[in-house]
Ligand binder design. Structure first.
Ligand code: NAD
Length: 463
């Protein structure tokens, strides 16, 4: 049966889709959102960013209580892990946030349709659920179906011992030996969680470096720091396969002995989620990497159908999807809407955190851009000393002639928060001099950014 007609149907209620739906409702559109999972919020809220951050926080506190407080003059004994409670706290965090999105939908009068959505034709969407099949229609449809785990040949996922980040957010016990395939965001974050909780963790990375795409100097520093914490990181390691052997898993690596472990986490990237979306029905073809091509205004090859977030090109980041959702809707309603792809921050929530915005030094070298570089270590920052977290630095890259900030890369305490200042600076086209002349409260970690900006001109005060 055909439901009533809406102005906009959004397929997918992740950070791209649900934010687009809210913005559209704010702008007065009659909006429907189709989501197949019972909880709203997508991968990010349910099985991604939020639960992983809850575990990162909890495991960091555990590790600190166990090994890190002596230096502060605090002696603790009998520190024990209550894993079920830690996992419950994570689940509670997820539940409250996904319920919050449901509340926002109600408040904004967004019609929520539970079921799997697919395109029937331009402006027509079918929703299949346990209750049957419904048909919706609208002038505009936004595809925001996100991404799924990229498979790796030879690694048969069994939803248990050979799993993805989803399983790694809920292991019922601390693995004795966890092998992580891929030293990207997921591998390093979840590898850190289980290493802090007591597992031996081996990270196997195919490339000669970790965190591809991030500034290589910062990534090399990250590798040293993480190795010192106890993560075993092997680069240049080509995984040929992983198979169950009773309760164990045997991982084959080219050119070396097989590794016998008790769990494997596959984290070699994600791929766009377009299965069953009905793209053929409307004549939308995917690009060579399985993404939906879009033009100006995030319009696909079919007018009235738009795509945002992980299903299109660009970094697979929640905040990038949200920005696109807002801008796409604003374009539809007001004719204006823009995303500055040059100023999208990225954060890896290890300890210390690793954050970046703009161009890496590698990219500037490759593009033959003339640049100046200023760097400041947290070792020389008063607040970092007081926090007892002095690893890392702020690195600022500015244009050699104009001094415009081209990229900022931070590894250090709360780098994920510090990068916001750099992002605002870049959004406003700031120069390193602008950052250097901005008064920063003392003593704060952000002073390291000011000092790095001063260092661009060779005049840092505290090194
Ligand atoms: P990723 O792209 O960040 O890292 C995957 C890693 O796997 C890379 O280092 C790659 O070189 C390596 N790899 C690929 N094939 C391999 C092989 N055969 N053997 C060994 N290593 C191999 O992907 P991810 O960590 O799976 O994360 C998926 C997506 O989710 C990414 O786009 C990431 O940006 C996003 N994410 C973001 C955050 C965050 O913002 N904090 C956290 C988690 C995930």
């Amino acid at each position: 049966m055909t439901d009533r007609r809406h102005d906009l149907i959004v397929i997918g209620a992740g950070p791209g889709g649900y934010v687009a739906a809210i913005r559209a409702a704010q702008l007065g559109l009659d909006v429907a959102c189709v989501e197949k999972e019972p909880a709203l919020g997508g991968t990010c809220l349910r099985i991604g960013c939020i639960p992983s951050k809850a575990l990162l926080e909890a495991s960091e506190r555990f590790a600190e209580a166990k090994h890190g407080l002596d230096a502060f003059g605090i002696r603790l004994s009998g520190v024990e892990l209550d894993l079920p409670r830690m996992l419950k706290r994570k689940d509670d965090t997820v539940r409250s946030l996904t319920a919050g999105v449901a509340g926002l939908f109600k408040k904004n009068r967004i019609a929520r349709h539970s079921g799997t959505g697919s395109l029937l034709a331009s402006g027509r969407v079918r929703v299949v659920s346990a209750d049957g099949v419904a048909e919706l229609s609208a002038e505009h449809v936004i595809l925001a179906t996100g991404s799924k785990v990229a498979p790796l040949r030879g690694v048969e996922l069994d939803g248990d011992r050979i799993g993805t980040s989803t399983e790694a957010l809920s292991y019922p016990e601390v693995p004795r030996h966890l092998v992580v395939i891929g030293a990207g965001f997921i591998g390093l974050e979840l590898g850190s969680v289980w290493q802090r909780l007591g597992a031996k963790v081996t990270v196997l990375e195919y490339l000669p470096r970790i965190l591809p795409g991030m500034d290589s100097e910062i990534a090399a520093e990250a590798r040293k720091i993480l190795a010192r914490q106890g993560l075993e990181i092997r680069t240049g390691a080509r995984v040929l396969g992983a198979r169950r052997d009773g309760d164990a898993v045997v991982v084959s690596v080219e050119g070396s002995d097989p590794i016998v472990c008790d769990r494997v986490l596959l984290a070699v990237g994600r791929v766009p989620n377009t299965d069953g979306l009905g793209l053929e029905a409307v004549g939308i073809a995917l690009d060579e990497r399985g993404r939906i091509p879009v033009g100006d205004g995030w319009v696909t090859s079919v007018p009235g159908i738009y795509a945002i977030g992980d299903v299109i090109a660009g970094p697979m980041l929640a905040h990038k999807a949200s920005e696109e959702g807002v801008a796409c809707v604003e374009r539809i309603v007001t004719g204006y809407g823009h995303v500055n792809y040059g100023a999208i921050p990225g954060v890896c929530y290890t300890h210390p955190e690793i954050a970046s915005v703009g161009k890496s030094e590698d990219e500037l070298i490759e593009a033959r851009v003339l640049y100046k570089k200023g760097s400041f270590p947290f070792m020389a920052n008063g607040r970092a000393k007081a926090l007892g977290s002095v690893d890392g630095r702020v690195k600022i890259l500015a244009h050699a002639e104009t001094d415009r900030v081209l990229g900022v890369h931070i590894i250090g305490p709360r780098a994920g928060e510090l990068i916001a200042e750099a992002t605002v600076a870049m959004e406003f086209g700031a120069s390193a001099e602008d950052l250097a002349r901005t008064c920063h409260a003392h003593p704060t970690l952000a002073e390291a950014t000011k000092e790095a900006a001063l260092a661009v001109d060779g005049r840092a005060l505290h090194t």
